[in-house]
Design a protein around this ligand. Sequence first.
Ligand code: FES
Length: 144
Amino acid sequence: MYSKKVMDHFQHPRNVGEIDNASGVGTVGNAKCGDIMRMYLNIDDHGIIRDCKFKTFGCGAAVAASSMATELVKGKTIQEGLAVSNKTVMEALDGLPPVKIHCSLLAEEAIHAAIWDYAKKHHIKIEGLQKPKLDISEGTEKGK
Ligand code: FES
C-alpha cells in the first residue's frame, strides 16, 4: 500500500525537531483528522533556506510527507521552496494512497505558513505567497 520511500521516511524521518530563533515557523492542522504539523525554517540574508525542521503530530503519511518536504526545501530559494507543492512531495515519495493525499497537503501548507511568518517578521511581500490556511480541511470536499 505504501511505497518503500514512504516507509523509509516514516520509520527514519529526516530533520525532526525545532530550530531555535527560526526565521519562520508555520503550524497547520486538519480539523477532520486532527493531525497537526509545524515547520521551522532558517532563511539566510540571501533568501536561501539553510535549514528546515519539523514536528508532526499525525499519521505515518504526514510524518513521511513532512520529512520529504524538509529535504526538498533545504538549500532552495524562497521561491523554489514555495514551488514545493503536495504533488512534488508525493512524487518524491513515489506516491501516496488517495485517502492520504491530504497528508501531503499539510506539508505544503506548513511550508507556506512558515514562509508567511518569515515575510511578516521581515515586513516583506513575497510574490505568489497567499495567506496560508491554518486548517487545511476548510473549504475542501471530503477533507482532501
Ligand atoms: Fe490526516 Fe494523515 S490522516 S494528515
